[in-house]
Design a protein around this ligand. Sequence first.
Ligand code: SF4
Length: 211
Amino acid sequence: MDANQRKAMQGIIKETLSNLEENGFEAAYVNDKAELNTLIRTIIPEESLTASGGSETLVETGIMDFLRTKTKYTENRILAYSASFYLTSANAVTMHGELYEVDGRGNRVSAMLFGPEKVIVIAGINKIVTDLHAAVERVKTKAAPPNCIRLGKDTPCTRTGHCVSPSFSSSHLSALGCTSPERICSNSVIFSRQNVKGRIIVILVGEEYGY
Ligand code: SF4
């Protein structure tokens, strides 16, 4: 991204942050992973009970190292619902201030929906999309296929590199097409206007992370 693209991106980030706040999320922006790590350490006291939903972003930014070494981090999916802080990333963040999350078993999206006291969503600027249609497309073309490859899933996209289920339509969100028992796109959740204001904190990072 050159200087002009970066400047244009600033407007998109500003609008996205404003709409996230309008929708009841807490929203913040950091320039890079160094700033992110500083911010996370101000939000999460050491020894807090923490958990996470599988995320390349958390690994790439070094946040997983912090969770594992400085907090009481649990891998237990049931205990995760009692965590003080649950960390994950977004499959897409719309400029309208929504989060779009797609999950296989549902443990990640369910913990985001209810349970942990605070949820922290960390997303690189590559996750920002214009709207929900673009969010669905992003998952099908950029997020799910590499995630299936990373997880060693036996799914059509692992072999073809793209999703074989239909794209967004008003009648369904792609239950057709991919019939693999190892399918990771089983539960799609849109986080829109929040009742519990500030429970979910969205931190946008001015770099590209994850899928
Ligand atoms: S629905 Fe199936 S083929 Fe499509 S991205 Fe998800 S796992 Fe891959």
